[in-house]
Design a binder for this molecule. Structure first.
Ligand code: GUN
Length: 209
C-alpha cells in the first residue's frame, strides 16, 4: 500500500505499553551481536543506529535553521543557504533494553523501511493532531512496512512485542537532503507537549519525552 502515514490504520496508544514488555537490562544475544557486527552506536533519541551511506554529492538548500531570523534586511542568496549531502541512510534499532525513540522532529521528510520486528509510531502535527500506527509485516492486521514522516512533524517510536525479532524493531531510514544536526530538534519539555496536544493527551504521551 501507500507509504503515506495518513493512510496507515490508527492504533490505540496503551497508557503504559511497557507493562506488557518485560523490560530487561539484559540485551538479547541476537541484538547484542547485531549491534557489535554492524558497529551500531547508541542514538541520542534512544535505540541504536549506524549511518550506512552518505551521498558524496552536496546541494545548496534554503536556510534550514529553526532559529528566528533577526535581520529583516534582504540578505544575499548565500547568506540564506546551507550545504547538505544529497541523502543519508541509516539502520535504526530498538530493543527491550532501549525500547523508545524519544519525541523529536526533523526539518526534512524521512522515509522509513521496516527490516525486522514490530513497533508503534506516534506523530504529533504542528496543529496538535496525533497520529499513531503500528509497523510490521502483518498488513492484513493494519501494520505498515513503509512509512514517510513529513518534515516538521514530531515523531516517537517504541517496540511492540514480537517473536520473529525477539521484541526488537529494525528499520532503515532515508533522509533527503541528508541528515544534519541543525535540522533536528528534540521535543524541548513537557510544557511544549501540553501546548501542542493539551493536558490529558500530554499525560498519556509523556513516556515518549
Ligand atoms: N547522527 C546522529 N543521529 C543521526 C541520524 O538520525 N541520522 C544520521 N544519518 N546521522 C545521525
Amino acid at each position: 500500500g501507500s507509504a503515506s502515514v495518513e493512510d496507515a490504520p490508527d492504533a490505540a496508544i496503551a497508557p503504559s505499553p511497557f507493562d506488557s514488555l518485560r523490560k530487561t537490562s539484559v540485551q538479547h544475544e541476537v541484538h547484542r551481536k547485531l549491534i557489535e557486527d554492524w558497529q551500531m552506536i547508541e542514538h541520542r533519541e534512544g535505540g541504536y543506529f549506524k549511518e550506512t551511506d552518505r551521498s558524496p554529492f552536496t546541494m545548496t538548500v534554503g536556510e534550514q535553521s529553526m532559529a528566528v531570523k533577526c535581520d529583516s534586511s534582504a540578505g544575499t542568496q548565500e547568506e540564506n543557504t546551507v550545504s547538505r549531502n544529497y541523502s543519508t541512510l541509516i539502520y535504526y534499532l530498538l530493543t527491550l533494553k532501549s525500547p523508545i525513540g524519544k519525541l523529536h522532529k526533523n526539518k526534512n521528510r524521512i522515509i522509513h523501511i521496516l527490516q525486522r520486528g514490530k513497533g508503534q509510531y506516534v506523530l504529533i502535527y504542528p496543529d496538535g493532531k496525533i497520529k499513531s500506527f503500528r509497523v510490521g509485516f502483518d498488513y492484513a492486521n493494519g501494520e505498515v512496512s513503509q512509512w514517510v514522516v513529513p518534515g516538521g512533524v514530531y515523531k516517537a517510536s517504541f517496540v511492540a512485542l514480537n517473536d520473529e525479532f525477539h521484541n526488537g524493531l529494525l528499520i532503515s531510514e532515508v533522509v533527503v537532503p541528508g541528515f544534519d544536526f541543525d535540522d533536528h530538534m528534540f521535543m524541548p519539555n513537557f510544557q511544549t507537549l501540553v501546548d501542542l496536544v493539551g493536558n490529558s493527551q500530554a499525560e498519556k504521551l509523556k513516556f515518549l519525552l
